[in-house]
Design a protein around this ligand. Structure first.
Ligand code: ZN
Ligand code: ZN
Length: 256
């Protein structure tokens, strides 16, 4: 089954011991591309090295995660992200709002997110957005950015149907992770509500391994389990979900 892992933290130290084998297993499983997320400027630089090492397979992004928004320095970090885009980053992020953990003050989260949305608009690049328990503010900021022509993805989505629909209405995408394979997942209405042309899948590895690997280090080779769960919810063949989501990822991130 062909698919694209639209969100993997492959530069994470969790993969230091066997990163090449992890990429190899993903390719064996049917992955045709891995979008390696730079959730910090450090991770972005390491992800850029992966993109250079696995051309046409690994692509990288650059941004500052809402957890680290407290130390976001607009002048310094916007320039650093701009440099990563100049050397091939396909998207800005992950960035966004996380009011569940509140690791950074909410006003700092909003300003870091806003600065990255503005940069996405200026550079005409897509945005990878993390949102958790921050529905109203996410909706307002995504709708504003979307009306300004910014496109992006709500990654590892577990939010409301209303927020997903608001994002879709301004041209955005929604990505599902292994969370939808967990026993406590009950929101198949959400899984069915995303239009075919806005659906993405991801591992979010090393986190959130799908059932039956739950609790282990996750990896891109297991995205097929999430694809299969989506296929059940949407009553289509897994191969169809794999193909459609891969084509969406190529369009959103403009992958070569
Ligand atoms: Zn995230
Ligand atoms: Zn992530």
């Amino acid at each position: 089954m062909e698919y694209i892992d639209s969100h993997v933290h492959l530069a994470d130290p969790a993969f230091d011991a066997d990163r090449d084998a992890v990429v190899d297993r993903a390719l064996q499983a049917g992955a045709t591309a891995l979008v390696c997320i730079g959730e910090s400027l450090d991770a972005a630089a390491r992800s850029a090295e992966l993109a250079a090492r696995f051309p046409g397979v690994c692509f990288h992004t650059a941004g500052v995660h809402p957890h680290d928004a407290a130390t976001f320095d607009a002048a310094r970090d916007v320039e650093a992200i701009r440099r990563e885009v100049a050397r091939g980053a396909v998207a800005i992020g992950e960035c966004g709002l996380d009011y569940h953990y509140d690791h950074s003050p909410r006003d700092r989260q909003r300003s870091a997110f806003g600065a990255q949305l503005a940069l996405a608009r200026e550079l005409a690049r897509p945005v990878v957005v993390h949102t958790r328990e921050a529905e109203d503010d996410t909706r307002a900021m995504v709708e504003d950015a979307g009306r300004d022509g910014v496109v992006g993805v709500l990654h590892c989505y577990t939010g409301s149907l209303a927020l997903a629909e608001a994002a879709i209405a301004v041209g955005w995408y929604v990505s599902f992770s292994g969370i939808i394979t967990f026993k406590r997942w009950t929101d198949d209405t959400l899984l069915r509500a995303i239009p075919d042309d806005r659906l993405l899948v991801e591992s979010d590895a090393p986190y959130l391994a799908p059932v039956p690997h739950r609790g282990k280090r996750n990896e891109s080779a297991w995205v097929g389990l999430t694809v299969a769960r989506l296929a059940v919810a949407r009553s289509v063949a897994p191969e169809t979900i794999g193909r459609v989501t891969a084509s969406n990822a190529r369009r959103l991130f403009r992958l070569a």
